[in-house]
Each structure stands twice: as structure tokens, then as C-alpha cells.
Ligand binder design. Sequence first.
Ligand code: AHR
Length: 659
Amino acid sequence: MRKILSCMLMMFALTLLTGTAQESLRIVVQADKPGAEIQPTMWGVFFEDINFAADGGVYAELVKNRSFEFEFPLSGWRQLSRQNGTGRIVPGFYYPYNPGNPHHVSIFLDPAVESFGITNEGFRGMGIRKDAQYNFSVKARLHESSDIKMKVELLSASGQIIGTAVISGFTADWTNHKVSFAASDTELKALLRITLEGKGAIDLDMISLFPADTWKERENGLRKDLVQMIADLKPGFLRFPGGCIVEGRTLENRYQWKTTVGPVEDRKLIMNRWNLEIRNRQTPDYFQSFGLGFYEYFLLAEDIGAEPLPIVNCGMSCQYNAAEVVPLEELDSYIQDALDLIEFANGETSTRWGGLRAEMGHPEKFNLKYLGVGNEQWDEQYIERYREFEKVLKDKHPEIKIISGSGPSAAGRMFEYGWTELRKLSPDLIDEHYYMPPEWFLQNATRYDNYDRNGIKVFAGEYAAHGKEDSNPESRNSWWSALCEAAFMTGLERNADVVHMASYAPLLAHVDAWQWRPDLIWFDNLNVIGSPNYYVQKIFSNYNGTHIVPALSEGKALTGQDGIYASASLDRNKGKLYVKIVNSNEKPVPVQLDLGRLPYTGTAVQQILKSQNKEDFNSVSKGEIIKPVTTPVKMNGRRVDATMEQLSVNLIIIDFKTR
Ligand code: AHR
């Protein structure tokens, strides 16, 4: 027995010994030798209407195909079942022709029953909250000798009425009618039922239902919870409207900003180019209503304090699709569109487009500073067109920074050709895109170390680690993908003198209507979650700093030695030193930070983002299991000791006095 006991004691002592024997990794953080400035635009957001990001997502309209402009005018709508009435529903065409909104619908009530109507299915249902207020509106016109009143109801998935209102007083002229009502229950997939009672027939258009509680309580507003998630990132810029959506599948289907401003009912709806793009995820009911158009975009950027960064079509449709090209001699109208967009954002109210901005409610300028020309174009066709844009834009608007593209890949012939040709021109930034396996991100933490410090600046405009997934699409936003992006982002931060902007892509995805994954934020009709990748972005973006600080191990930047990646920055205005450390090992690593001299207050905290398994992910149904946790860290003079847990992303925030 004594033998066993002494043996156990020896083993315990040995464990203790080996435990304390693990030497700390010493990182010298040269806070007293800050380097280049970090741009306030460093970490931004890429918004594209993909995965129901706008219609069915951020744009809070609950009625799908409210203006009967889908290719099949009644898609999203159904006539009421027989027990609720009978009649006829006929799509109608405006006379005189209304180019922005040519269709409406006529509903004829069966004289024997005097009750008939339609339901709308919403965007994979309608998300309704108990006690919340809903604003219904409709444009209507009675036919001759008709007398009709309208019952508006919200039905739960099981058919219970959870909200109701009545509208009467329709006339023979087109008039707008509104009613507001509260919901009596919460429902993820509600239906809207419109029952018409009386005699005769009625024409209807712009049948709309919004929650009253939109972002900033605006009419024609945005979904508050989704905007809040974007705002919480405190993005430096907001890129819009994409993405391939800028290009269109064909030129006719390209994004044209002028059709997205002015009265909402006159904005010409088009097919969303993502509707049939992905073979096994086709979404034929995906259109762009442009309820969230360029005015709402500029407002949103202003609201969340992000620099607006619009991308305009450069006279080319998607080169993966129709690959249509506008002849150079016909490019003027495309260039004029770009000039007019600048006028819409920054022009005096006496100008045509500045005047429209004022009419829409914003006489103040939006202070646009950046403009992207083309999205993901490549080869001579792009360079030739980009050159024409640059000539005019630099001449007429030298104050605007121009961003050009470098194609769809991170390296290779098209990428090299793009950079070589663009160096002969004068873009302010070049947009690089990389959707690569997680390990690529680890291996490329040094990607920008050798870029020309005095050359054209980089906009890492679309990137995401594309790894494995199980049957759940959200699983593609695995913890491992997020960690690898974080490791790579330390490289972006270390090179903030070269990289002036970066954004993960895409931003949003509806769990029932996605085409592309991974995505930063997932949502359904009522709930929203940040992926682990979202929380990585948040750490970098919320704690950006004003200057780069060298963080060295044995005199070198930490770019993966022993699985550790690090960067540091200083916020001179806030009096904060930020050290970001990524541990890609499946074991903890103790770290000793030796800090350069600054008037430290002695307060420091550590934010830890981690998960046990590389495959872990957050999901709308199960919630956010991966979220940053903050703990205090002990400072000993200019030394900080902390543990980087296995598979973790860490931010150490150290306070110092600014004066
Ligand atoms: O982010 C999704 C798509 O990826 C973008 O629309 C396009 O630019 C890229 O190919």
C-alpha cells in the first residue's frame, strides 16, 4: 500500500513538474515603436442581395411580389379556398402604361357568394411577433357598380387568426389605403389573407405589410435585428450592391441604380441573378424589388457610420454567364451613370440627382468618397473599359477614390495580368477576391508582407474560408474556417499600410432560401445569429486601432511559427493597445507579452473566442455556442501573462493614459 502511495505521489509531482515546465512563448509588443497608420476603413462589410439578403431579409417588407411584377404575376399569391368564397383573379396591365410598375391584379367577386380573396405566402412565410404592430397598405380602385370592403388577416401556420383589420371606403380612382393592427401571437411562417366582401370587382396593387418597428422606425424600412447585427460590427465601409449582382447575368439584368431610387412603387423590379444560378439551390421566386435601393443604402451607411462604397457596372455582364460586353464607343451612358451616382450622393440640391436626393428626404450630402468600377471582371475587356471610366472619373472627380477589380482569383494568369495592367493606370485600390480552403488562409498570413509599400493599395473585397460541411449549410461556417480567417487577418492588420480595406463575403443568408455558403450572418423570419466568422470579424473591426504595432517572437512577426499568429495595434485616441493572437494548435500555449514603454493604467482584459472542435458552428436553431468571452488579465509592470487556449482567437486589450 505504501509503495502504491509513494508511486502515486511521484506521478503527481511529475505531472506538476511537466505542467510548469511548458515554457511561455515570449512576444515582444513594441508599443513604443508604432508603425504605419491603420485606415478607419480597414474592416468593412460586403452587402449583396444573395441568399434573400435584401428582399426576404434586411428589407422588412413581408409580402412577396407585392406589385404583381414577378415573371408569373401571381407567384407568391393564391386564391382563397372555396369555403372562403369564390370569384376570379386576373392579372391586369396599366393603361396608360406605367414603366416602373406595369401590372396590377383585378379580383371579381362571385355574385352568389359575395366573398372572395387571396393569400400571400411571404418569403418562406412571414415572421410575426406577438403584440407587435403591423402596417398594411394597398393601392386600390373599384370597378363600376361595385361596393367592397377588405378584411386583412394574419394566419399562423396552423390556420389561427393572429391579427386582423378592415379597410373600406374604396373609390373608382386609384387611392392608397392604410391600416395598422397588432398581432396576438408569434409565428415564424405566417400567411396574409385578404378577403373581399360585397359585390363587384376591385383592382389592387402594391399590397404591402411591414412591421412598425423597423430600423429607426422608418417607413419602407429595414429589419431591425439584422441591421443591428451589421451595425454591431462597426464597419468602416459598406460595399453595395455586390458582387455579381452588379454585373447581371446579362447586361439587361445588371444592377442599374437609377431604377432603385424615387417613389418605391415606380422602382422597376428585375429578376435576381441568383435565382437559377446554383443548380441544386434554384430559387425561381427570387426577384429584386429595390425597396432597398440606393437611397436606403446611403442612409444605412450613414446610420452605422460606414463609408459608402458603391460598385458600378463597367459595361460587362458576368463573365461566368452571358459575358456580354458594351462596345467601347457605347460606354458613355455607363460612365454617365457613375457620374450621376456621385451627383446623387454629393451633388448640390440644385442639380438633377442631388435634387432627387433632397426630394427623397436627405438634402445633406452623403459624402461619398469611394467608387468601385466593375466587380469581378478580368482580361483585356475589363482593362479597356476600366481605363475609360478612370479617365473621366479622375478628371471630373479627383476627390473620389477609385477601386478596380483583379478578377475572381487570388493568383494566376488573370490576377497577374490585372495587376500588371492596372499598375500602368491610376486606381487608388485594387479589389482582390479569394474563396479558398481554410488552410490556404493559414499559409497566406504573409501574403502582403512583400507587396510594394508605395504601390496601389489593396481592398480585400471578398474572402471566406471554404471548408467542409455536414447536412446543415450553417456548418460550413465552422470554427476552423473562422480561426483560419483570423490567422490570415493578423496578416492583413500587420500590413495595414498596404491593405486599406477588407470585407468577408457574403454577408447574409436565410436558412430556408440560401444559394451560397458560408455566410457571415444566418437568419430566419424571426431570428438571427452570427457565425463564428462573424465574431472574428467583430473582434478585428471593433478593435481596429490607429497604428500598427510590431509583435515579435525572436525578432520576427508571428505568422504561424508553432501554430501561432499575432498582430498588434494601438488606438492613440482611446488609449488602448490591442494584441491579437491566434492559437491554431490543439493544445494551450502560455504566452508572455513584453510591452514597450507606455503609461499603462494596469488594466487589461482578454477576449477569448474558442471551441473544442474544429467542426463546431453556430446555428439559428441551436443558437450561438461560439461567442467571445471576456476575462481580466493580470499585468505585472510591462509584462502580461496569459494562456492561449487550444484552437482559440484571442484579443488582449491593455489600457494606457493618452496624456
Ligand atoms: O460573394 C458571392 C459572389 O462571389 C459574389 O457575388 C462574386 O463577386 C463572387 O464570385
